[in-house]
Design a protein around this ligand. Structure first.
Ligand code: FES
Length: 159
């Protein structure tokens, strides 16, 4: 852990203790600061607070909002609810993984530009299959359409 990270953790700690915050709030702050729940940060807090590490991970695994690995700049969320599944979500995911050169269990590109995730029904079944990139919704998608749609997100970074 470098001095800058240590300073960031101390700032989170000071705010948490001042506000009598709980583990969830601390984990949210860690994730907001580092983009994910960094293992070293969790160990640092466990030691500092005298709380077992398992207590932190218990919260992390209970709530779906926490991520234990770094995520890309753009989050590509493919709905895999029943309707989207039937209408081709698995093909969309395969095409996206092929296009982004994601092998096996890898879901984040090496350049950290994209992370592909899947979720259950996002409540827009009438436009299935649905893909959400950050907060932009794309309905009635195919793998090829999504490959085209991702271009604008690449160009945003290049600009
Ligand atoms: S199953 Fe995908 S929006 Fe409902």
């Amino acid at each position: 852990m470098n001095p800058q990270q240590e300073t960031q953790l101390n700032a989170i700690y000071n705010e948490a203790t001042a506000n009598d915050d709980n583990i969830i709030a601390i984990l949210q702050q860690i994730q907001n600061t580092f983009g994910y729940v960094d293992k070293e940060a969790v160990l640092w807090f466990a030691r500092k607070m005298g709380v077992p590490v398992s207590k932190f991970y218990g919260v992390v695994t209970f709530y779906g909002q926490f991520h234990l690995t770094p995520r890309g700049k753009n989050i590509v969320t493919v709905c895999c609810g029943t309707v989207c599944h039937v209408k081709g979500a698995p093909k969309v995911i395969s095409k996206l993984k092929e296009e982004l050169k994601l092998k096996g269990e890898d879901m984040t590109t090496r350049d950290m530009l994209f992370t592909v995730e899947n979720v259950n029904c996002v409540g827009a079944c009438s436009i299935a299959p649905v893909v959400i990139v950050n907060d932009k919704v794309f309905g009635k998608q195919s793998g090829d359409k999504m490959v085209k749609n991702l271009k604008s997100f690449r160009e945003e970074v290049a600009a």
